[in-house]
Write a protein that binds this ligand. Structure first.
Ligand code: SF4
Length: 135
């Protein structure tokens, strides 16, 4: 079983209420091969919500509001779902401060990237779950 970012499966859970549907991900969910999760929503954040980026160990919105606790809670909740499903792999939206893997937005809200993982991707990797970024 795989975990996938819900926005890739057609769920309108992004900060701007949009999805980023990838038909191959949608198909995997439809066949029962993958479970969609949105860790930002699971952390109690609203939709829509202000965009946020990782700055060091914190996650801040573009207005400087600290949403680190919601990010940590959402990552833990989504990880719990991954464990319940026996997931060994995750296909997660690239660049996101929560789901991004390898490269994420750099905290300047300019679209620039830096090396690093989103909070959920980092937690999964620490627990031995393979994470692949999906553009
Ligand atoms: Fe998509 Fe992940 Fe952001 Fe939710 S937290 S909107 S699943 S990238």
């Amino acid at each position: 079983m795989k975990i996938v970012s819900a926005c890739l499966a057609g769920v309108h859970c992004r900060y701007d209420c949009k999805a980023q549907t990838r038909p191959e991900i949608e198909e995997m969910v439809g066949k029962g091969e993958a479970i969609p999760v949105c860790p930002e929503q699971l952390g109690g954040l609203s939709t829509p919500r202000p965009p946020a980026e990782r700055i060091g160990e914190q996650v801040l919105t573009n207005k400087g509001v600290d949403v680190t606790d919601q990010y940590k809670k959402g990552a833990e909740e989504a990880f719990q779902i991954a464990k319940l499903c026996g997931a060994s792999e995750a296909l997660l939206k690239s660049k996101s401060p929560m789901c991004g893997s390898g490269k994420i937005y750099d905290g300047t809200f300019t679209g620039s990237l830096k090396e690093g993982d989103g909070v959920f991707a980092e937690l999964l990797k620490k627990n031995g779950i393979k994470v692949s970024p999906v553009d």
